[in-house]
Each structure stands twice: as C-alpha cells, then as structure tokens.
Design a protein around this ligand. Structure first.
Ligand SMILES: [Zn+2]
Length: 328
C-alpha cells in the first residue's frame, strides 16, 4: 500500500479526511464528512440520484412549502428549505413554467403585521409555519419588478423574529448593494451582473454574509462567468465565507457533485481544505447530519490541483460501512 502523509491529506481535504475501506467490498478510499449543495430546487430534479453522486444534504431555495413540509427532517438527502420565493407583484420568478404558483408569493403590502393579505410579514410567517430554515427573496431587476426597500426591510425584520436568515437572489445593477444594506445573511448566487466595489465586498464580509457559489451556471456565458469569478475572488481575499451551491434544477446540470462548480471555485481561490469547508458546512443548520459519510474510492488526490476532479467521484455511504485505516 502506498504511503500517504496524513498532514498532506489534511491540507488537501481538511481535518476530518481519513483513509478507509468499505466493510462490505474491501474497497479502499477516503472518508469525508457529508457534502451539501446549498442551492437546489428539488421539484425540478430526480433527488434519488443525489446520493450515488456524493450529495447527502441540500438547501432548497424555492419550492412549494406545503410539499417540503411533508418531508422527514432527517431523510436522504437531508433537506433544509426556504419554501416559496418572495417577490414583487409580477416579479421574478412569477409566471415562469418552472416556478408554479405554489412556489411564489407576490408581496403587495410592506406590512410588518401578521395576517395581512399579501403582507410581507404574512409571507414570512407562512414559510416559517411550514418549517423553513431560511427566507428567500428575489431581487432580480433584470426580469421584472423587485420588492421596494420598505418591503425588503419588513421581510428581513419578520424573518429575524423567527430567527431565520434571509437569502437574496441579487441580479441587476445595485441589487447586491440593496441586499447588503438590508442585512441579507446570504446571497443565493455569487453576484454576476456587475463587478462590485471593494467597499461593498468588505461590508458584506464584515456583516458575515455568505455567498452561495453557483459559478457553473455561467459555463456558456463568458461575461457572467468572468464577473462572478472576479467577485468571488475578491470576496474570498477579503475573508468572505463561500458555500458550495449549484442551482441544481436550473438548466442542464449534472445531478450530484458538480466537477465544473468545484473547478470554478478552485480557480476563484477556494482550494483544498477550504474547498471542502464550503462543501461540508451544514449552514443553515447548526449540525452535520449523522450516520452518513462521503466515500471517494481510490487513492487520495496527488496534489491540490487534483482535488476538484477527484471529488467528483464522491458517493454517500452509511458511516458504519467505513473502516478507518490506522494512520488515516
Ligand atoms: Zn435557484
């Protein structure tokens, strides 16, 4: 058996990486914590295929809250969700074929009071009642009207009452600034429509804002890809916290761990153990799921540049199926 330096293994793959083999087959490989895609739409994909391709947990950022509420809280994949998209009347994604009416709430009143028809707080309260872990707001100025500042403020305040972070889809000029000013806890996408001022990025980092990556959705659009890559690099250099997310369900993306997303994150500066950190962060949950692990068959990656492609071979296995090597 070839020698693998445990210090190198940790630098490449994080503190919890361990050499192991599967009890049933004897196959050797590397054990890692469960991997999470922080931006999916379950109603648009075949979720049964996620585990075979390495994804043990997801954050659903726009779906039918009544359907999502019926899921077991510890299933496979383990799901955290926003429930419906909150948007302006006629705003994105209302009316899209992939966003049925049950997945969208068009807010007609900035009211912070509960029980107001079309009210901002009412929409937040509804998602909370259905077990949402985050609130999703669409600020897509390139695709229609967006919630005004009063509405946005009321949404964030109502979400705070429930202890729920707000995730904003910011698209179009000035939308990221509005999301930062309003106190959004996370962005659903790395901003891709404008190169952001350093001052704004520093403010987002200081506020602890998380950016869900979704770089690979721009693989056929060189301009968006370049802007998003530059923004994420600047965000990371300023100390920002990125989360791995693909917007799975949006167009033709591979089900499971997406090698293109990993490669783009690596190029933006998130490498090795830090890349693993973006994949294994349980946010918005506090705890990792128990009982499942990631298994990548074969030898560990030879160096840090080999990590993205190597990780694409990940699969989800019951933790009890893995026997750790003595010096892993
Ligand atoms: Zn999405």
């Amino acid at each position: 058996m070839p020698h693998h330096d445990p210090f190198l293994l940790r630098e490449l793959l994080g503190e919890e990486a361990a050499l192991c083999r599967r009890a049933l087959t004897g196959e050797s490989g590397v054990a890692l914590p469960p991997l999470i895609d922080h931006h999916v739409h379950l109603h648009l994909i075949d979720e049964r295929r996620l585990g075979a391709h390495g994804i043990a947990g997801v954050l659903d950022l726009g779906g039918d809250p009544t359907v999502l509420a019926q899921r077991p809280s510890e299933g496979m994949p383990r799901v955290a969700y926003a429930g419906a998209f909150l948007t302006a009347p006629g705003g994105y994604p209302a009316g899209r074929s992939w966003a049925p009416a049950a997945t969208v709430r068009e807010i007609t009143d900035a009211s912070a009071h509960p029980g107001v028809a079309g009210g901002a707080a009412t929409a937040v309260d509804e998602q909370a009642t259905f077990g949402a872990s985050v609130i999703k707001v669409a600020l897509n100025a390139q695709a229609g009207p967006v919630p005004d500042d009063a509405t946005l403020t009321a949404i964030v305040a109502a979400a705070r009452e429930h202890g729920l972070p707000v995730v904003v889809h910011a698209e179009g000029e000035g939308m990221t600034r509005r999301a930062v000013d309003a106190g959004a806890a996370a962005l659903a996408h790395t901003p891709f429509t404008e190169v952001l001022d350093r001052e704004l990025i520093v403010r987002a980092v200081a506020a602890g804002q998380r950016w869900i990556s979704t770089l690979d959705i721009h693989r056929d659009d060189a301009s968006s890809r370049e802007i998003a890559g530059a923004n994420l690099s600047a965000f990371l250099r300023a100390g920002g916290l990125a989360l791995y997310g693909t917007d799975l369900g949006n167009g033709e993306l591979p089900i499971g761990v997406n090698a293109g997303e990993l490669e783009a994150l690596h190029l933006a500066g998130l490498r090795g153990a830090e890349l693993l950190g973006a994949l294994t962060d349980p946010w918005p949950r506090a705890e990792r799921s128990r009982g499942v692990s990631t298994f990548v068959p074969g030898a560990p990656p030879a160096d840090i540049n080999a990590v993205p492609a190597w990780l694409a071979g990940a699969t989800v296995v019951p933790t009890e199926e893995l026997i750790h090597d003595e010096h892993g």
